[in-house]
Write a protein that binds this ligand. Structure first.
Ligand code: OXD
Ligand code: MN
Length: 599
């Protein structure tokens, strides 16, 4: 890269920071290239955060909400073209296209680096370059990873403080180690033409240009924790997964930690913060994480998980006191809202929020909005970024450096047909097959044909940083090393009846399925063997307090329709063909076994 000198003196980190020379050199190198007016190291302190919020306000990047109702919370609007992850511009830059595999967009690493570094040359002129050291995972954890993100965006700087353990804690963890992720983000006026999210796994490097949307620019989240993380996990023998982690405690004191993968927009945050229904007196569900799990094999042969994040970056529309009271309590303060509706008196609003609709609303684009307007007030992908410490149902183990022992892994998709409410895999390989063939129907909000099934192995399609076939093989390999593997399940909250209505009430009532899952991991909980796997035996799912219509639907929701399964097996073969000879043989065999069991 450039041997140029920065036009300004690059400060060393604030006093007291220990910082390997490699970090300092990376900062100097990029300062020399991007030529900012100022370089500012962030220490992660509250005082610093308060100063940054003031500065962001003065720059018009955020505006305060009514502090009497939304204490510590701010509003921001993104560029209207920059509202979501951009999969076609998200590239894996491995030396060969084969390493990235057929499910990723690949770009030549040298060409991509030259192109993006070209964009970044001089791009920070007149601006501040923030140096954001951040830690993914609890301090002191063997699984935690350090990243250094350099950015010209104050929005990124403040959001990283919410979403990660940011500042000094990261450099303390790094010590003299040279294993850190280098991340560079340049806003470039949110220029669509120059928008790229480029991952260089072999160099532990991420370059993000032309966007300011969270999933593209908060580099610790999807970029490091999943795409680079999955690649590191493959090399180092652990798993980086798109999974929530929750803790279930029964009235008798039985504890289970459960990890669950669902494709985006299938209610992961709601499930992670589930409140059991009234009939479940004495049961408690608490949250470890709502989006990402890093899991390693413990010395006792169990799988241990941490949540690498420190905050929630949740989808606002649909979040309400009815659907997710814990999320509402979490976002009630200290939150940065992006692209929701805003009222003249400083309140936020989105579709699905309960309570009166505020007067004098502006929509996410800043246009006046009234109920009944044809446009949505909040963008369907509008977000809240809230510190996880605000969650009233935060599990006590969330900062445990050892992680929590996972006893069940759940895969789930949005399927109007075919899949029953819950299946337990016969064994690990069968469970990996259930995860590998995970599919979800596209929703009205997404482009494409409504109801079309998108195959999304382990809910990792947009997030696996290497060849999907090798990734599935890695799962099989991990299973072989676990003497006490978690049990694996598949759930479907979204099956519909012939009238097009959901057959299952979902939300808090998902506790009934969770109870059965936990019981199965402890060897009780009656199951019935079916061609698909184990399903709850008659009476094994608790129904007290469930509406009579929902009870009546149970047989329909657990039904196995042969014609639907014939079609499903056909659809699955598309994925198998796509992965070609890298599709692990044991999974091909599982499909044959399923075919045979279905007759
Ligand atoms: C997310 C996603 O933002 O999965 O978590 O898209
Ligand atoms: Mn996600």
């Amino acid at each position: 890269m450039s041997a140029a000198q920065p036009t300004i003196a690059v400060p060393t980190p604030p006093q007291g920071y220990a910082c390997p020379l490699a970090v300092l050199n990376w900062v100097r190198e990029i300062a020399a290239l991007a030529q900012p007016a100022e370089v500012r190291w962030l220490d992660g302190s509250y005082l610093e955060y308060a100063t940054l919020l003031q500065l962001a306000q003065a720059q018009g990047v955020i505006q305060p909400l009514d502090q009497s109702r939304w204490p510590g919370s701010y509003y921001s609007r993104s560029h209207p073209s920059d509202v979501a992850r951009i999969e076609e511009r998200t590239v894996i830059c491995t030396p060969t296209a084969d390493e990235a595999g057929p499910t990723n967009h690949w770009a030549d690493p040298a060409e991509m680096k030259t192109r993006l570094m070209g964009y970044i040359a001089g791009a920070f002129a007149g601006k501040t370059m923030y140096v954001v050291p951040y830690l993914m995972g609890p301090p002191g954890s063997r699984l935690a990873k350090v990243g250094i993100e350099l950015t010209d965006s104050i929005y990124v700087a403040i959001s990283m403080r919410v979403m990660t353990r940011m500042g000094r804690v990261a450099l303390d963890q790094l010590g003299s180690s040279l294993e850190f992720n280098r991340g560079l983000h340049a806003t470039l006026g949110c220029d669509l033409e120059r928008r790229w999210i480029a991952h260089f796994p072999q160099e532990n490097l991420i370059l993000s240009t032309g966007s300011n949307y969270g999933g593209n620019v908060l580099l610790g989240k999807k970029c490091l924790a999943l795409r680079i993380g999955s690649w590191l996990g493959h090399r180092q023998g652990w798993l980086a997964e798109h999974m929530l982690i929750l803790k279930v405690e029964s009235p008798t004191g039985e504890v289970n930690f459960v990890a669950a993968a669902f494709p985006s927009a299938c209610g992961k945050t709601n499930f992670a913060m589930l409140i059991p229904p009234k009939a479940y007196q004495g049961w408690k569900v608490t949250t470890i994480g709502d989006d990402i799990a890093w899991m390693r094999i413990g010395a006792d042969g169990r799988l241990y998980a941490i949540n690498p994040e420190n905050g929630y970056f949740g989808v606002a529309p649909g979040t309400s006191h009815a659907s997710n009271p814990n999320a509402m309590a979490t976002l009630a303060r200290d939150t940065i809202f992006t692209n929701v509706g805003l009222s003249a008196d400083g309140a936020v609003w989105w579709e699905g929020l309960d309570g009166p609709i505020p007067e004098n609303l502006k929509d996410w684009k800043g246009n006046p909005w009234k109920p009944g307007s044809p446009e949505k007030c909040a963008h369907p992908n509008s977000r809240f970024a809230s510190p996880m410490i605000n969650n009233p149902a935060l599990a006590a183990e969330v900062n445990d450096p050892n992680g929590v022992p996972i006893s069940a892994i759940i895969f789930g998709g949005r399927r109007a047909t075919t899949y029953p409410l819950v299946i337990q895999a016969f064994n690990w390989t069968h469970g990996v097959y259930l995860g590998a063939t995970l599919g979800s129907e596209t929703t009205a909000a997404a482009a494409g044909t409504l109801g079309q099934v998108r195959r999304d192995p382990m809910a990792m399609l947009p997030f696996c940083g290497y060849h999907m076939g090798d990734y599935l093989n890695h799962w099989l390999h991990i299973g072989r090393k676990l003497s006490h593997p978690p049990r694996i399940f598949h759930v479907n909250w979204f099956r519909k009846g012939t009238d097009g209505k959901f057959l299952w009430p979902g939300f808090g009532d998902n506790m009934r399925v969770l109870e059965w899952i936990c019981a199965r991991t402890h060897g009780h909980g009656l199951g019935e063997e079916t061609p698909l796997g184990w399903m709850p035996a008659e009476g094994a799912l608790r129904t007290d307090g469930l509406a009579p219509a929902d009870i009546a639907n149970l047989a329909k929701i657990q039904a196995i329709d042969k014609a639907e399964w014939d079609r499903e097996l056909e659809l699955q073969s598309e994925l198998f063909q796509h992965l070609g000879d890298r599709m692990p043989k044991p999974l091909i065999y599982e499909r044959e076994l399923l075919k045979a069991r279905l007759g």
